[in-house]
Design a binder for this molecule. Structure first.
Ligand code: NAP
Length: 197
């Protein structure tokens, strides 16, 4: 089985994430995509919602699609979310699955900085997903990584979590930028209501 792991902060999850996942799934003929909110990403602080809330929103967004699901591994584990720890665990539970780790194309060049990247690159394939015309600069990567990174294009949609938080802070609509169920969750919990700094 071929499974895409969609790792990220998802603060909040939005249609751009879902479109990116579907584009990758389509191009590389993945059987399923599993969304996986990180607890604390290794390189920064989460901005707004708690891990539990980000997990709840991701579950709402993937609910009802049999080829999509949400993993709670990293939020449940707590601490800093190193992808290598997570992938080792997933491979133990699913030894016959090929995992593809989906990240934003503009993050590909940071891969050499990831924890135990040499080991991680032996275990999974990375897919950098970006807008049409975005070139992956694979030449800048060490050789062992170049052959482990694929590229996929996604439809051009200018939606980001940052823009959504900003709009909500300014009282603007984000309807149709996030799934309805996620919007209802955000409204119910009063998330992102304070003015952005
Ligand atoms: P992020 O901060 O949530 O996202 C970075 C950028 O990529 C944002 O523009 C984001 O858009 C977009 N994006 C988020 N998830 C995406 C996805 N799966 N596919 C395409 N675009 C995506 O995420 P991140 O911090 O780059 O981390 C991504 C994953 O890599 C996480 O699972 C993280 O734990 C892992 N990671 C691991 C290490 C390590 O092990 N040392 C280091 C870095 C990252 P929005 O802002 O609109 O979401």
């Amino acid at each position: 089985m071929k499974v895409g792991i969609m790792g990220g902060t998802f603060d909040p999850i939005h249609m751009g994430h879902l479109l990116a996942a579907e584009a990758v799934k389509d191009v590389y003929k993945l059987d399923e995509v599993w969304f996986m909110p990180s607890h604390l990403p290794p390189h920064k602080q989460a901005a707004g919602a708690t891990g539990e809330q980000r997990l709840d929103m991701t579950k709402l967004a993937t609910r009802g699609y049999e080829d999509y699901s949400t993993l709670d591994i990293e939020v449940a584990r707590g601490g800093v979310s190193y992808t290598i720890d997570t992938i080792r665990l997933l491979l133990k539970e699913h030894p016959n699955t090929d995992f593809y780790f989906i990240i934003g194309a503009d993050m590909v060049n940071y891969l050499p900085k990831w924890e135990r990247i040499d080991e991680l690159a032996q275990l999974i394939t990375f897919i950098g997903v970006g807008r049409p015309g975005f070139d992956l600069h694979l030449d800048d990567l060490p050789e062992f990584l170049q052959e482990r990174v694929l590229h996929a294009e996604m439809p051009l949609v200018d939606i980001s979590s940052t823009a959504i938080r900003r709009r909500l802070g300014n009282g603007k609509s984000v309807r149709f930028m996030v799934p309805d169920s996620v919007l209802q969750f955000i409204k119910r919990s009063g998330l992102y209501e304070s003015k952005p700094r």
